[in-house]
Design a binder for this molecule. Structure first.
Ligand code: ACO
Length: 377
């Protein structure tokens, strides 16, 4: 075998019934249902169930699932104490990676890998990610963690635990939509990482800890924070075009645009742009929104022909900013949503598990012999 699929582009290694993407037409579906319908009509809880069980829940099933999530929101006191003791200046994704790994130490079922065990652990992790991330955010500000409430939905409860006060119904719904948009996205780098770990028949906590590490990078989940850094650096909408043109002239990447699969607008970015436009029409265009508009124009004009268009991370930061969320928490919030997709994909793959073990073309030296340390030049 001499052909190398760099970045594993176009390599099919398994089948899935969860998520379909047509990158040239900008289509994304879960269980065959367009993402726009999920965003408009569903909830993060319902989509999480649908991904985990590969079917739409009945009303009774959804009620039970919702109750299970609510019942599992609390985290062990020892984990809360550990989070409070983390250095304040570490990136929240480092804190999340450590906290999820630590959480596994307190789960007597952690090593269990049957399908039923994987479901049960997934439900706990979906619920507890919210509590952990909110606790990390509060600890960084030197504040006490806020205990979860079981009269709020997943999105509303997270915002409550984050801010210590209840969000408005509009804010909670907007956040719910953002979670829906990020819940799953086919065979992306972090999902693949979770599956690669599970393919060794390792445990769910190890799978999710690996996935968090993969999501953290700026070419993947970390891009949303990098977009905000870029917007802050540009500062003024009138400077956006020159800034982007210079980056492109210098062959530098623009954060929040481009995608391995989409060669047209990412449909998730359209849902978020519609929201940003809605806010702009009511409150006037924010500086961030104006900068994004100007960036989009230059990007589409200059590199749209290469199939590079805004991705989901392009507008998500402005939505989170509107909700008062600090930019270091944009990627943890991505994880808060993607835990559903990671869990569902691991469960689906494990049903027909085969160890993932690709190969690399060896191009190093041959016919060499060991040289004694003292004889080396
Ligand atoms: N800005 C400018 N040019 C770009 C960009 C970009 N963001 N993305 C790709 N290109 C160009 C490359 O320079 C390259 O050009 P060339 O053929 O002239 O050398 C060509 O497009 C192909 O680029 P690759 O990096 O090889 O494409 P790949 O499929 O590996 O890239 C990726 C996908 C990593 C997402 C890339 O578009 C990128 O780095 N984007 C910025 C980071 C980002 O927003 N990531 C979030 C992705 S979505 C998500 O994970 C949620």
């Amino acid at each position: 075998m001499t052909e190398i699929a760099k970045g594993l582009e176009g390599v099919l290694f398994t089948e899935t019934q969860l998520t379909f993407i047509n990158g040239t037409e900008g289509i994304l579906t879960h269980l065959g249902i367009p993402i726009q319908e999920w965003a408009e009509k569903s909830s993060f809880e319902e989509l999480s169930y649908a991904l985990l069980y590969a079917k739409l829940p009945t009303a009774a099933e959804l009620k039970q699932f919702d109750a299970d999530l609510k019942a599992n929101r609390a985290i062990p006191a020892k984990l809360s104490e550990a989070i409070a003791s983390f250095p304040k200046d570490v990136h929240p994704m480092q804190a999340l990676r450590t906290a999820v790994s630590y959480l596994g130490l307190f789960d007597p079922q952690a090593e269990a890998t049957s399908e039923a065990d994987r479901y049960a652990i997934s439900v706990r992790l979906i619920a507890q990610f919210a509590t952990i991330i909110a606790a990390i955010a509060r600890a960084r500000q030197g504040k006490e963690a806020v205990a979860p409430r079981d009269d709020l939905n997943h999105a509303g409860n997270f915002l409550y635990m984050l801010n210590g006060q209840e969000a408005t119904p509009e804010q909670a719904r907007l956040f719910d939509i953002a979670l829906i948009l990020h819940a799953d996205h086919g065979m992306n780098a972090s999902t693949f990482t979770a599956i690669a770990t599970s393919s060794t028949l390792s445990d769910m906590y190890s799978c999710m800890t690996s996935a968090i590490g993969a999501l953290k990078g700026p070419l993947h989940g970390g891009a949303n924070e990098a977009v905000m850094d870029m917007l802050d650096e540009i500062g003024d909408p009138s400077k956006a075009a020159d800034y982007i043109n210079k980056k492109l002239d210098d062959k530098e990447k623009i954060m929040g645009v481009g995608h391995r699969v989409y060669k047209y607008f990412d449909p998730r970015s359209r849902v978020l742009r519609d929201y940003a436009e809605h806010v702009a029409s009511k409150q006037g265009k924010s500086t961030y929104y104006q900068i994004l508009e100007n960036i989009e124009k230059v990007v589409v004009e200059r590199i749209g022909s290469k199939g590079i268009y805004p991705n989901v991370d392009f507008y998500s930061g402005t939505v989170y900013s509107d909700l008062g969320i600090a930019k270091e928490f944009f990627t943890p919030i991505f994880a808060l949503a993607r835990i559903s997709g990671w869990s569902a994909s691991v469960i689906e793959y494990t049903r027909n598990n085969r160890l993932l073990r690709p190969d690399a073309l060896y191009t190093g030296a041959t016919d060499q012999h060991y040289i004694d340390l003292n004889d080396r030049q």
